[in-house]
Design a protein around this ligand. Structure first.
Ligand SMILES: *Cc1c(COP(=O)(O)O)cnc(C)c1O
Length: 369
């Protein structure tokens, strides 16, 4: 039996140690610890990668979403549409503004927002759509942008899982009014702590976001906006700049592993990841669907391949939203996927032998020898 950890961040560190330690040492010796030259350089590098004019480094991907909504002055009386099948951060940021969370159901093939269901949920109070590029694949940006144009809404892209992904040949992050990134350690580009960034083409928003992240300050000790403490530190920025040099290779390795899984599992009664035409997928997550999900999950765990299920409960059925009036059956596609989804190990440091072992172990479940 082989052990295949579901994630292995220590393996990433071991491979990068010789590059990371000198960068960390330089950052520590520089005397700049928060919002210094490394943050400024990283902002330019991420902006360039995403085709945006500006990058604004913040504390986390969650804060990136919160500051984006705040910068648009979304608040009580406003509605924002997003997906119930994702990490809670986008819904949480809407709630924090005092605005109303409106969920729309998802596409059963890609698990991204279904633009037709989004269209049905637009009201005169709708101000914005937060489109999550789930698992590393762009949401259907053109249909969503079309809805935004027709109804004068803002499109915010949640790119936390999709740095480096493309839609119709253009990177995610600069299609909407703002793109929000997370550098949580497990993301395709992860810091060794928390971090996030907002990218935008809009000069006024760039200025406002820079103020919001430091207590509404433009001139020190003069507060013009209700702000936050959401700053990115130099150590994380220095680490991210080293890792950014590897992102393209890492994303290519993720795609190669996905191709191995595709080839090795194709003939089994599983639904494999589906990539929409025109999308460049960066496989933050490689998830299969199975009607025997729980038994397959257990079989893999018993054979040294523990997997983590996301998302086991769609957001509209979470306890925290119990008083919002949603009930089972409201978002049938999201609910159905949450019962059948099984993410497999997916990170660049997986060896070919480990990938083969995962495939063999899954095949054994369906065709016991
Ligand atoms: C990780 C994640 C976030 C939040 O990022 P943090 O840096 O953990 O705050 C937001 N949205 C999605 C889709 C995520 O996966």
């Amino acid at each position: 039996m082989m052990n295949v950890p579901f994630l292995n961040l220590a393996a990433q560190y071991a491979a990068l140690k010789d590059e990371l330690l000198p960068a960390v040492e330089r950052a520590l010796a520089s005397g700049h610890y928060i919002l210094g030259p490394n943050v400024a350089a990283l902002e330019n590098e991420i902006a360039a990668l995403t085709g945006a004019r500006f990058g604004v480094g913040v504390n986390s991907g969650s804060d990136a979403l919160t500051l984006a909504l705040r910068a648009l002055e979304i608040g009580p009386g406003d509605e924002v549409i997003t997906t119930p099948f994702t990490y809670i951060a986008p819904a949480e940021s809407i709630h924090q503004m005092g605005a109303r969370i409106v969920f729309a159901d998802i596409d059963p093939r890609t698990f991204n927002l279904d633009p037709q269901d989004v269209a049905r949920r637009i009201t005169p109070r709708t101000r914005a759509i937060i489109a999550v590029h789930l698992f590393g694949q762009a949401a259907p940006l053109e249909p969503l942008m079309e809805l935004c144009r027709a109804h004068r809404l803002h499109l915010i892209e949640d790119c936390a899982q999709a740095i480096g992904a493309e839609y119709h040949g253009k990177p995610v992050g600069s299609w909407g009014i703002m793109g929000c990134f997370s550098f949580y350690p497990t993301k395709n580009l992860g810091a060794d702590g928390d971090g996030g960034m907002i990218v935008t083409q809009d000069e006024a928003l760039n200025r406002r976001l820079r103020m919001l992240r430091v207590h509404g300050i433009e001139k020190r000790y003069y507060h013009d906006l209700h702000g936050y403490n959401s700053r990115l530190d130099e150590l994380q920025a220095a680490i991210l700049r080293v890792k950014l040099r590897h992102l393209a290779d890492w994303n290519a390795r993720r795609a190669a592993i996905a191709a191995c899984y595709d080839a090795g599992l194709r003939d089994l009664p599983l639904q494999l990841p589906f990539t929409l035409e025109g999308n460049r997928h960066v496989y933050h997550v490689y998830a299969v669907l199975s009607d025997q999900r729980d038994a397959l999950h257990q079989h893999l765990a018993e054979h040294g391949v523990p997997c983590i299920i996301y998302y086991p409960r769609p957001l509209h059925l979470q306890k925290v939203y119990a008083d919002c009036g949603w009930k089972e059956g409201d978002y049938p596609v999201a609910e159905n996927i949450s019962h059948r989804i099984l993410p497999l190990p997916m990170y660049p440091e997986l060896t070919d032998a480990q990938v083969d072992y995962v495939i063999t172990t899954i095949r054994q479940f369906f065709r016991p020898a």
